[in-house]
Design a protein around this ligand. Structure first.
Ligand code: FAD
Length: 303
């Protein structure tokens, strides 16, 4: 059953809050692309911008450099992703302490994918944090960070059941997590059913929906299959036959994500996390539709 007592959009007249996820660039061209996206999205005034940590800890230096530049050169609040994979506890603790010294206050704490890649069995490395809850405890012991963790409305592929998944969410909250950000999804009813189950357990941290504007339908679909996100037939139909038509694909991707976000907003959700894929255009357009980033128009109107 969906709850019927969520505030409607009209009751909920404050502007929504948003955050953006970026990944650290691999080369100079990607670096330019990332920073032009950050510049374009900065006027939207996100609550924070997060920077991912490559599978197996492979982007440690690049994640760090991107977070440092965000702190030094922008007014944005960076959130550094961190995983348990690829380094023992001591090294992870050093990274965390160093972030605190730099002035970073937000961390997205994750277990990470197995070293063998998504779909292979996960085994913690000797001396490493064993899972995300363990990592959250470790981070909380070091300093008073604002900690985000993952949540899976369609369950994590390794979880036997949604309830087992919510057990892990509970463990992360007990360890000190402040909010969860969901894996991307396309069916809002699935998200609301998940919220109902989480709330029924008495967990009251915000579960922020992760929204993915679709850059490449094919690539998104194969990623979705690996991470357990279902891709509805109606969505596939919207992109069908458009492989050679990137302009129309982008218009459709904006329309689909805007439709999803506006439905969530209408059903009482007021905070959104966007997976930007380091591209600004679609996310910027959606945020404008939400009423964000209009400061200069309002200032001009006020004279
Ligand atoms: P956890 O919360 O520890 O576990 C997720 C679920 O998997 C649990 O609910 C549990 O039921 C189940 N599970 C975990 N371990 C086992 C086990 N051994 N046996 C059975 N079930 C198990 N990955 C990166 O590498 N870098 C990133 O920057 C990154 N950012 C992400 C951001 C978000 C918002 C999300 C949703 C995911 C991100 N990921 C990232 C992906 C994430 O690392 C993978 O999904 C990983 O497989 C699980 O990490 P977690 O923190 O979600 O795990």
């Amino acid at each position: 059953m969906l709850s019927e007592n969520r505030p409607s959009r009209k009751q909920n007249s404050a502007l929504p809050k948003v955050s953006f996820e970026f990944f650290p660039p691999k080369n100079d061209i990607m670096e330019k692309g990332l920073w032009s996206s950050i510049e374009r999205l900065a006027p939207i005034s996100p609550t924070f911008v997060s920077v991912t940590y490559g599978a197996g800890g492979t982007t440690r230096e690049r994640t760090h450099a991107t977070v440092e530049r965000l702190l030094d050169e922008t007014p944005l609040v960076p959130a550094a992703h961190l995983t348990c994979v690829g380094a023992p506890r001591g090294e992870v603790d050093e990274i965390v302490a160093n972030y605190w010294q730099m002035g970073v206050r937000n961390i997205v704490a994750l277990r990470g994918d197995p070293q063998g890649g998504m779909g292979t069995a996960y085994a913690p490395e000797p001396g490493a944090y064993v899972n995300a809850a363990d990592l959250v405890s470790g981070i909380s012991r070091i300093a008073d960070f604002d900690i985000s963790v993952s949540a899976y409305p369609e369950k994590h592929p390794e979880s036997a059941t949604i309830d087992a998944d919510i057990d892990m969410l509970q463990a992360k909250v007990d360890a000190g997590a402040h909010r969860a950000i969901t894996q991307f999804f396309f069916d809002n009813d699935v998200y609301f059913r998940y919220l109902d189950r989480v709330q029924a357990r008495g967990l009251d941290i915000p579960i922020i929906p992760g929204i993915l504007p679709i850059v490449h339908f094919g690539r998104m679909s194969s990623f979705a299959e690996k991470c357990g996100t279902s891709v509805p037939t109606w969505l596939a139909e919207r992109f069908d036959g458009l492989d050679d038509d990137p302009e129309t694909r982008q218009l459709i991707a904006v329309a689909v994500a805007a439709e999803q976000v506006i439905d969530l907003l209408d059903r009482g959700v007021d905070t959104f996390h966007f997976y930007t894929m380091n591209k600004a255009d679609m996310v910027y357009a959606i945020c404008r539709l939400l009423g964000l980033g209009r400061g200069s128009v309002e200032a001009a109107a006020q004279g």
